[in-house]
Design a protein around this ligand. Structure first.
Ligand SMILES: Nc1ncnc2c1ncn2[C@@H]1O[C@H](COP(=O)(O)OP(=O)(O)OP(=O)(O)O)[C@@H](O)[C@H]1O
Ligand SMILES: [Mg+2]
Length: 313
Protein backbone atom coordinates (compact mmCIF):
# COMPACT_ATOMS: atom_id res chain seq x y z
CA UNK A 1 0.00 0.00 0.00
CA UNK A 2 2.25 2.80 -1.19
CA UNK A 3 -0.29 5.58 -1.13
CA UNK A 4 -1.58 5.32 2.37
CA UNK A 5 -0.94 8.41 4.43
CA UNK A 6 -1.67 6.54 7.61
CA UNK A 7 -1.27 2.88 8.40
CA UNK A 8 -2.36 1.41 11.69
CA UNK A 9 -1.38 -2.15 12.58
CA UNK A 10 -2.59 -4.28 15.50
CA UNK A 11 -3.23 -1.22 17.62
CA UNK A 12 -4.21 -2.30 21.11
CA UNK A 13 -5.08 -0.33 24.22
CA UNK A 14 -6.63 -1.71 27.41
CA UNK A 15 -7.71 0.23 30.46
CA UNK A 16 -7.62 -2.46 33.12
CA UNK A 17 -10.21 -4.98 31.95
CA UNK A 18 -11.67 -2.63 29.37
CA UNK A 19 -10.52 -3.33 25.85
CA UNK A 20 -10.62 0.16 24.38
CA UNK A 21 -8.87 -1.06 21.21
CA UNK A 22 -8.12 -4.61 20.15
CA UNK A 23 -5.77 -5.27 17.22
CA UNK A 24 -7.02 -2.41 15.11
CA UNK A 25 -5.80 -2.27 11.49
CA UNK A 26 -6.52 0.70 9.24
CA UNK A 27 -5.22 2.18 5.99
CA UNK A 28 -6.06 5.74 5.05
CA UNK A 29 -5.57 6.46 1.35
CA UNK A 30 -3.96 9.81 0.62
CA UNK A 31 -6.50 12.51 -0.05
CA UNK A 32 -9.44 10.52 1.31
CA UNK A 33 -12.07 11.34 3.87
CA UNK A 34 -12.12 8.32 6.16
CA UNK A 35 -14.86 7.84 8.74
CA UNK A 36 -14.47 6.07 12.07
CA UNK A 37 -17.92 5.12 13.26
CA UNK A 38 -19.01 3.49 16.48
CA UNK A 39 -21.30 3.96 19.47
CA UNK A 40 -20.24 5.58 22.74
CA UNK A 41 -17.28 3.75 24.21
CA UNK A 42 -16.31 2.03 20.94
CA UNK A 43 -12.75 3.33 21.13
CA UNK A 44 -12.84 6.17 18.60
CA UNK A 45 -11.29 8.82 20.84
CA UNK A 46 -8.71 6.33 22.09
CA UNK A 47 -7.68 5.54 18.49
CA UNK A 48 -7.48 9.20 17.49
CA UNK A 49 -5.55 10.21 20.60
CA UNK A 50 -2.99 7.48 20.02
CA UNK A 51 -2.60 8.48 16.38
CA UNK A 52 -2.27 12.12 17.42
CA UNK A 53 0.58 11.06 19.69
CA UNK A 54 -1.03 12.17 22.94
CA UNK A 55 -1.72 8.67 24.28
CA UNK A 56 0.57 5.63 24.41
CA UNK A 57 -0.80 2.37 23.00
CA UNK A 58 -0.13 -0.98 24.72
CA UNK A 59 0.89 -2.52 21.43
CA UNK A 60 0.75 -1.97 17.70
CA UNK A 61 2.33 0.25 15.08
CA UNK A 62 1.38 3.51 13.44
CA UNK A 63 3.02 4.77 10.28
CA UNK A 64 2.57 8.08 8.62
CA UNK A 65 3.98 8.30 5.11
CA UNK A 66 5.64 4.97 5.80
CA UNK A 67 7.48 6.28 8.85
CA UNK A 68 6.92 4.71 12.24
CA UNK A 69 5.56 6.77 15.09
CA UNK A 70 8.30 6.65 17.67
CA UNK A 71 9.84 9.04 20.14
CA UNK A 72 10.36 11.75 17.51
CA UNK A 73 7.20 13.75 17.81
CA UNK A 74 8.47 16.76 15.88
CA UNK A 75 8.04 15.07 12.52
CA UNK A 76 4.73 13.71 13.65
CA UNK A 77 3.35 16.97 14.98
CA UNK A 78 4.10 18.72 11.69
CA UNK A 79 2.11 16.16 9.73
CA UNK A 80 -0.97 15.92 11.92
CA UNK A 81 -3.67 18.34 12.91
CA UNK A 82 -5.80 17.05 15.78
CA UNK A 83 -9.20 18.39 16.73
CA UNK A 84 -10.14 16.75 20.05
CA UNK A 85 -13.71 15.96 21.04
CA UNK A 86 -13.38 18.37 23.91
CA UNK A 87 -11.67 21.69 23.64
CA UNK A 88 -10.73 23.89 26.50
CA UNK A 89 -12.33 27.27 26.94
CA UNK A 90 -10.09 30.26 26.62
CA UNK A 91 -12.49 32.94 27.80
CA UNK A 92 -10.07 35.82 27.68
CA UNK A 93 -8.95 35.32 24.11
CA UNK A 94 -10.42 36.71 20.94
CA UNK A 95 -10.77 34.34 17.99
CA UNK A 96 -7.57 35.61 16.33
CA UNK A 97 -5.62 35.48 19.62
CA UNK A 98 -6.71 31.91 20.14
CA UNK A 99 -5.28 30.95 16.75
CA UNK A 100 -2.21 33.09 17.34
CA UNK A 101 -1.55 31.22 20.56
CA UNK A 102 -1.47 27.90 18.74
CA UNK A 103 0.47 29.33 15.80
CA UNK A 104 3.14 30.42 18.27
CA UNK A 105 3.39 26.92 19.68
CA UNK A 106 4.25 25.82 16.14
CA UNK A 107 6.82 28.61 16.00
CA UNK A 108 5.36 30.35 12.99
CA UNK A 109 7.14 33.70 12.50
CA UNK A 110 5.04 36.78 13.35
CA UNK A 111 4.49 38.01 9.78
CA UNK A 112 3.47 34.58 8.58
CA UNK A 113 1.22 34.14 11.60
CA UNK A 114 -0.91 37.18 10.87
CA UNK A 115 -1.47 36.06 7.26
CA UNK A 116 -2.13 32.47 8.22
CA UNK A 117 -4.70 33.46 10.82
CA UNK A 118 -6.59 35.61 8.31
CA UNK A 119 -6.58 32.74 5.78
CA UNK A 120 -7.86 30.30 8.37
CA UNK A 121 -10.60 32.60 9.63
CA UNK A 122 -11.68 33.03 6.02
CA UNK A 123 -11.62 29.27 5.41
CA UNK A 124 -13.86 28.51 8.40
CA UNK A 125 -16.03 31.54 7.73
CA UNK A 126 -15.17 33.43 10.89
CA UNK A 127 -13.53 36.53 9.42
CA UNK A 128 -16.23 38.69 10.92
CA UNK A 129 -15.60 37.19 14.34
CA UNK A 130 -11.88 37.87 14.36
CA UNK A 131 -12.14 40.20 17.36
CA UNK A 132 -14.92 38.32 19.16
CA UNK A 133 -14.08 36.56 22.42
CA UNK A 134 -14.08 32.76 22.06
CA UNK A 135 -16.61 32.54 24.86
CA UNK A 136 -19.05 34.69 22.90
CA UNK A 137 -18.98 32.43 19.83
CA UNK A 138 -21.79 29.95 19.26
CA UNK A 139 -20.98 26.28 19.58
CA UNK A 140 -20.84 25.82 15.81
CA UNK A 141 -18.46 28.76 15.54
CA UNK A 142 -16.30 27.37 18.34
CA UNK A 143 -16.11 24.02 16.53
CA UNK A 144 -15.00 25.81 13.36
CA UNK A 145 -12.44 27.81 15.30
CA UNK A 146 -11.16 24.58 16.77
CA UNK A 147 -10.86 23.15 13.27
CA UNK A 148 -8.93 26.25 12.22
CA UNK A 149 -6.64 25.64 15.19
CA UNK A 150 -5.95 22.10 13.96
CA UNK A 151 -4.99 23.58 10.58
CA UNK A 152 -2.63 26.25 11.85
CA UNK A 153 0.56 24.45 10.76
CA UNK A 154 -0.92 23.24 7.46
CA UNK A 155 -0.86 19.53 8.33
CA UNK A 156 -1.28 16.77 5.79
CA UNK A 157 -3.57 14.63 7.92
CA UNK A 158 -6.47 15.92 9.98
CA UNK A 159 -7.88 13.96 12.89
CA UNK A 160 -11.35 15.22 13.77
CA UNK A 161 -13.03 13.68 16.80
CA UNK A 162 -16.81 14.06 16.52
CA UNK A 163 -16.53 17.49 14.91
CA UNK A 164 -20.26 17.75 14.29
CA UNK A 165 -21.49 16.78 17.76
CA UNK A 166 -23.79 19.33 19.27
CA UNK A 167 -24.33 21.17 16.02
CA UNK A 168 -27.76 21.93 14.60
CA UNK A 169 -28.67 20.43 11.20
CA UNK A 170 -27.70 23.55 9.26
CA UNK A 171 -24.34 23.77 11.01
CA UNK A 172 -23.79 20.06 10.33
CA UNK A 173 -24.27 20.62 6.64
CA UNK A 174 -21.88 23.56 6.79
CA UNK A 175 -19.35 21.38 8.56
CA UNK A 176 -19.65 18.65 5.94
CA UNK A 177 -19.09 21.22 3.22
CA UNK A 178 -16.00 22.43 5.05
CA UNK A 179 -14.61 18.90 5.29
CA UNK A 180 -15.13 18.45 1.54
CA UNK A 181 -13.40 21.76 0.95
CA UNK A 182 -10.40 20.61 2.99
CA UNK A 183 -10.28 17.44 0.94
CA UNK A 184 -10.18 19.52 -2.21
CA UNK A 185 -7.24 21.37 -0.69
CA UNK A 186 -5.42 18.04 -0.62
CA UNK A 187 -5.84 17.07 3.02
CA UNK A 188 -6.50 13.54 4.21
CA UNK A 189 -9.22 13.58 6.83
CA UNK A 190 -9.89 11.02 9.52
CA UNK A 191 -13.20 11.86 11.16
CA UNK A 192 -15.17 10.11 13.88
CA UNK A 193 -18.88 10.02 14.55
CA UNK A 194 -21.39 7.78 16.26
CA UNK A 195 -23.80 8.28 13.37
CA UNK A 196 -23.07 6.24 10.27
CA UNK A 197 -25.29 8.17 7.92
CA UNK A 198 -23.78 11.47 8.94
CA UNK A 199 -20.47 10.30 7.52
CA UNK A 200 -21.80 8.25 4.62
CA UNK A 201 -22.22 11.34 2.50
CA UNK A 202 -18.75 12.77 2.88
CA UNK A 203 -16.58 9.71 3.44
CA UNK A 204 -14.79 7.74 0.76
CA UNK A 205 -14.30 4.93 3.26
CA UNK A 206 -15.68 4.03 6.64
CA UNK A 207 -14.53 1.75 9.47
CA UNK A 208 -17.06 0.56 12.01
CA UNK A 209 -15.78 0.02 15.51
CA UNK A 210 -17.54 -1.71 18.39
CA UNK A 211 -15.91 -2.32 21.77
CA UNK A 212 -12.50 -1.71 20.30
CA UNK A 213 -12.90 -4.14 17.43
CA UNK A 214 -13.33 -3.48 13.75
CA UNK A 215 -16.73 -4.78 12.59
CA UNK A 216 -16.61 -3.71 8.97
CA UNK A 217 -14.51 -1.44 6.78
CA UNK A 218 -14.45 -0.17 3.22
CA UNK A 219 -16.42 2.08 0.93
CA UNK A 220 -20.12 2.50 1.70
CA UNK A 221 -20.86 0.09 -1.16
CA UNK A 222 -18.53 -2.48 0.41
CA UNK A 223 -19.82 -1.93 3.95
CA UNK A 224 -23.43 -2.60 3.13
CA UNK A 225 -23.05 -6.30 2.25
CA UNK A 226 -20.71 -6.77 5.24
CA UNK A 227 -23.35 -5.41 7.59
CA UNK A 228 -26.12 -7.30 5.86
CA UNK A 229 -24.15 -10.51 6.10
CA UNK A 230 -23.74 -10.05 9.80
CA UNK A 231 -27.23 -8.99 10.60
CA UNK A 232 -30.60 -9.50 8.96
CA UNK A 233 -34.18 -9.49 10.12
CA UNK A 234 -36.44 -12.32 9.01
CA UNK A 235 -40.21 -12.36 9.49
CA UNK A 236 -42.15 -15.59 9.75
CA UNK A 237 -45.85 -16.39 9.93
CA UNK A 238 -47.14 -19.83 10.73
CA UNK A 239 -50.37 -21.70 11.35
CA UNK A 240 -48.76 -23.31 14.37
CA UNK A 241 -48.32 -22.04 17.92
CA UNK A 242 -45.83 -19.21 17.69
CA UNK A 243 -44.28 -20.14 21.02
CA UNK A 244 -43.31 -23.62 19.84
CA UNK A 245 -41.91 -22.26 16.57
CA UNK A 246 -40.02 -19.66 18.60
CA UNK A 247 -38.55 -22.35 20.86
CA UNK A 248 -37.43 -24.26 17.77
CA UNK A 249 -35.95 -21.22 16.05
CA UNK A 250 -33.78 -20.01 18.91
CA UNK A 251 -31.84 -23.27 18.77
CA UNK A 252 -30.94 -22.94 15.09
CA UNK A 253 -27.59 -21.77 13.67
CA UNK A 254 -27.42 -18.08 12.94
CA UNK A 255 -30.50 -17.17 14.97
CA UNK A 256 -29.48 -14.44 17.41
CA UNK A 257 -32.88 -13.79 18.93
CA UNK A 258 -36.58 -14.20 18.17
CA UNK A 259 -39.43 -11.95 19.27
CA UNK A 260 -43.14 -11.98 18.66
CA UNK A 261 -44.61 -9.09 16.73
CA UNK A 262 -48.39 -9.42 16.37
CA UNK A 263 -49.11 -12.64 14.50
CA UNK A 264 -45.49 -12.87 13.27
CA UNK A 265 -42.14 -13.83 14.63
CA UNK A 266 -39.19 -11.58 13.94
CA UNK A 267 -35.81 -13.24 13.84
CA UNK A 268 -32.50 -11.44 14.31
CA UNK A 269 -30.32 -13.47 12.05
CA UNK A 270 -26.58 -13.46 11.42
CA UNK A 271 -25.73 -15.22 8.20
CA UNK A 272 -25.76 -15.04 4.41
CA UNK A 273 -28.51 -16.08 1.99
CA UNK A 274 -27.40 -19.72 1.95
CA UNK A 275 -27.77 -19.78 5.75
CA UNK A 276 -31.28 -18.33 5.45
CA UNK A 277 -32.20 -21.05 2.93
CA UNK A 278 -30.86 -23.71 5.32
CA UNK A 279 -32.92 -22.29 8.18
CA UNK A 280 -36.08 -22.38 6.05
CA UNK A 281 -35.42 -26.01 5.08
CA UNK A 282 -35.01 -26.98 8.75
CA UNK A 283 -38.21 -25.25 9.82
CA UNK A 284 -40.18 -26.98 7.08
CA UNK A 285 -38.49 -30.33 7.74
CA UNK A 286 -39.47 -30.02 11.39
CA UNK A 287 -43.10 -29.96 10.27
CA UNK A 288 -44.00 -26.33 10.89
CA UNK A 289 -46.68 -25.03 8.51
CA UNK A 290 -45.43 -21.67 7.28
CA UNK A 291 -47.60 -18.97 5.77
CA UNK A 292 -44.69 -16.72 4.96
CA UNK A 293 -40.96 -16.48 5.54
CA UNK A 294 -39.11 -13.45 4.29
CA UNK A 295 -36.33 -11.00 4.97
CA UNK A 296 -37.31 -7.48 5.94
CA UNK A 297 -35.12 -5.00 4.17
CA UNK A 298 -33.27 -2.86 6.66
CA UNK A 299 -31.65 0.41 5.89
CA UNK A 300 -27.98 0.87 6.55
CA UNK A 301 -28.46 2.77 9.78
CA UNK A 302 -30.71 0.00 11.16
CA UNK A 303 -28.11 -2.62 10.33
CA UNK A 304 -25.44 -0.52 11.95
CA UNK A 305 -27.55 -0.10 15.09
CA UNK A 306 -28.21 -3.82 15.29
CA UNK A 307 -24.55 -4.62 14.83
CA UNK A 308 -23.28 -2.14 17.39
CA UNK A 309 -25.34 -2.30 20.52
CA UNK A 310 -23.15 0.25 22.26
CA UNK A 311 -23.17 -1.57 25.58
CA UNK A 312 -20.68 -0.50 28.16
CA UNK A 313 -18.05 -3.02 29.10
N1 LIG B 1 -8.70 7.28 30.72
C1 LIG B 1 -9.46 6.20 30.72
N2 LIG B 1 -9.49 5.37 31.78
C2 LIG B 1 -10.25 4.25 31.79
N3 LIG B 1 -11.05 3.88 30.77
C3 LIG B 1 -11.08 4.66 29.69
C4 LIG B 1 -10.30 5.87 29.61
N4 LIG B 1 -10.53 6.44 28.41
C5 LIG B 1 -11.42 5.64 27.78
N5 LIG B 1 -11.75 4.58 28.53
C6 LIG B 1 -12.66 3.48 28.16
O1 LIG B 1 -12.26 2.98 26.90
C7 LIG B 1 -13.39 2.69 26.10
C8 LIG B 1 -13.29 3.48 24.81
O2 LIG B 1 -13.45 4.85 25.10
P1 LIG B 1 -13.36 5.97 23.98
O3 LIG B 1 -13.44 7.28 24.66
O4 LIG B 1 -12.18 5.72 23.12
O5 LIG B 1 -14.68 5.68 23.13
P2 LIG B 1 -15.42 6.58 22.03
O6 LIG B 1 -15.72 5.65 20.90
O7 LIG B 1 -14.63 7.78 21.74
O8 LIG B 1 -16.79 6.95 22.76
P3 LIG B 1 -17.71 8.29 22.64
O9 LIG B 1 -18.58 8.09 21.44
O10 LIG B 1 -18.50 8.26 23.92
O11 LIG B 1 -16.81 9.47 22.53
C9 LIG B 1 -14.60 3.01 26.94
O12 LIG B 1 -15.08 1.83 27.51
C10 LIG B 1 -14.07 3.96 27.98
O13 LIG B 1 -14.82 3.86 29.17
MG1 LIG C 1 -15.05 9.79 21.85
Amino acid sequence: MSDSVLQVRHLTKHYGKIKALEQLDLDLPRGSVFGLVGPNGAGKTTALRIIAGVLEPDAGEIMIDGRLLDGDHTYWAAKIGYMPDFFGVYPDLMAWEYLDFFARTYRLPAVQRARRIDELLELVDLTEKKYTFVQALSRGMQQRLCLARALVHDPELLLLDEPASGLDPRARVAFRTLVKRLQQLGKTIFVSSHILLELAEICDQVAILEKGELKAAGTMAEIEPQLTKQHRTLRVRSLDELSSLQAFLVQQDGVLSVRQDGDCLEIDFGGDEAAIATLLQRVVAAGFRLLSFHEISSNLEDLYLQLTKGETQ
